[in-house]
Write a protein that binds this ligand. Structure first.
Ligand SMILES: Cc1ncc(COP(=O)(O)O)c(C=O)c1O
Length: 417
């Protein structure tokens, strides 16, 4: 389980743990609000990476010499830490990947032999392309079709009225985001998994936007797979986690072939290593796993419930205050939400708004946020997104609202997004 935090976090002191934040951009103090794309890294993560490369670096497994032993121990300790981070039943259920995208592709590839024409894969209309395109490829390989849980509209909720009948349409796998990267919606993951399980449907939770923000317990969620990326939760780029229920991992075909994933190799054929190594071909990102370990320790020392309350609170505050800006169109639920806000401003393209804010030292993101079909459905092409993390402050929300208000005046409230 996720350990409780000792006391209320000192957010100002925590902010000082992130060296990159202490700089000016275009003459203004940096306000970094692009955390849904990638978060910044605390000193403890940076130090862990440096320490690993300065003292312990070697290749892992078949460890005979001392450095190889240390590297292997550190890598497997990170796996055990990741198991605790999501409350997996054992470290064997943790596969290290490059990130959420690779984890989802791994499952989609392994399911090639499990689907037939006439089967269906259920996803939602709010998917990041990473949790849509791999299923499109799987459908193309197998003759299965894709079905979609609808999104209600600008308020960005899933319309779950027909979920049970959708699941009954020969669905073999249901993949959905825990938190939407475009809308900020927090989906009822445990309920979705329970409804799928009642119909024998396997579930995959895309936790890219939730793992570093919300308490995460795969056994309580009741999911079969859960994927996330280290770089969106204070860890390094290039490392991520796929949790998989052990019985399923045992049955699944490997994703990639190469070193580490084999038991025996002959010229004509091979046998596979045990899980999780069956899914980790080649030299893994050892330093990345070490850095991710440090990031998980860092987050749990604060406590994910406190982080969720903090960045969700900033996002709710930003949402309600931005609603008063003339010409703004806000997306996602007005109430409880993950730590981000997405909006369009009449008369300005999202890229213009982001450029305007950048001149004021504020880092936002503008575009389709890898959810093109969702925006097409809602009748726009791009939004501006502000996304928060544990080091952001109420004063930064003030600054955001002030700059967006000025941008609305500057762009004159004409035209459309
Ligand atoms: C909801 C969601 N899923 C998947 C991804 C893909 O993550 P990565 O690019 O780290 O693999 C992202 C990245 O923005 C995301 O927001």
């Amino acid at each position: 389980m996720n350990p409780p935090a000792a006391s209320a976090p000192d957010w100002a002191a925590l902010r000082a743990d992130f060296p990159i934040l202490d700089q000016t951009v275009h003459g203004h103090p940096l306000v970094y609000l692009d955390n849904a794309a990638t978060t910044q890294k605390p000193r403890s993560v940076i130090d862990a990476l440096v320490r690993y490369y300065e003292r312990d670096n070697a290749n892992v497994h078949r460890a005979i010499h001392e450095l190889s032993y240390r590297a292997t121990t550190a890598y497997e300790a990170a796996r055990a830490r990741a198991a605790r981070f999501v409350n997996a039943a054992s470290p064997e259920e943790i596969i290290f990947t490059r990130g959420a995208t690779e984890g989802i592709n791994l499952v989609a590839y392994a399911f090639t032999s499990r689907l037939r024409p006439g089967d269906a894969i259920l996803v939602t209309e709010m998917e990041h392309h990473s949790n849509l395109v791999p299923w499109q490829l799987l459908a193309r390989r197998t003759g299965a079709r894709l079905l979609f849980v609808p999104v209600t509209g600008d308020d960005g909720l899933l319309d779950l009225g027909d979920l049970d009948s959708l699941l009954a349409r020969n669905v073999k796998l249901f993949a959905f985001p825990h938190v939407s990267n475009s809308l900020g919606t927090i989906n009822p993951a445990a309920e979705l998994c329970a409804r799928a399980r009642r119909q024998g449907v396997i579930t995959l939770v895309d936790a890219a936007q939730s793992a570093g923000h919300l308490p995460m317990d795969v056994q309580a969620l009741g999911c079969d797979f859960l994927a996330f990326s280290g770089h969106k939760m204070a860890g390094p780029t290039g490392i991520g986690v796929l949790y998989g229920r052990r019985a399923l991992l045992e049955e699944m075909d490997p994703f990639q072939g190469g070193g580490e994933m084999i038991a025996t190799v002959h010229y004509e054929e091979s046998t596979w290593n045990k899980v999780p190594h069956k899914f980790e071909a080649g030299t893994p990102d050892i330093a990345g796993a070490v850095g991710l370990h440090a990031a998980m320790d860092y987050l749990d020392a604060i406590g994910r419930p406190a982080i969720a309350a903090h960045d969700g609170g900033l996002a709710r505050d930003a949402y309600s205050r931005l609603a008063a800006v003339p010409g703004i169109r806000l997306f996602g639920p007005p109430g409880e939400r993950g730590g981000l806000v997405s909006f369009g401003l009449a008369g300005a393209h999202a890229h213009d708004v982001v450029t305007f804010a950048d001149q004021e030292g504020i880092a936002l993101r503008g575009g389709h946020h890898c959810t093109q079909p969702l925006w097409r459905k809602l009748g726009i092409t791009a939004t501006t997104r502000a996304s928060f993390y544990l080091y952001n402050t109420p004063a930064e929300v003030d600054r955001l609202v002030e700059v967006i208000r000025t941008a609305a005046e500057f762009f004159g409230g004409q035209g459309s997004t």
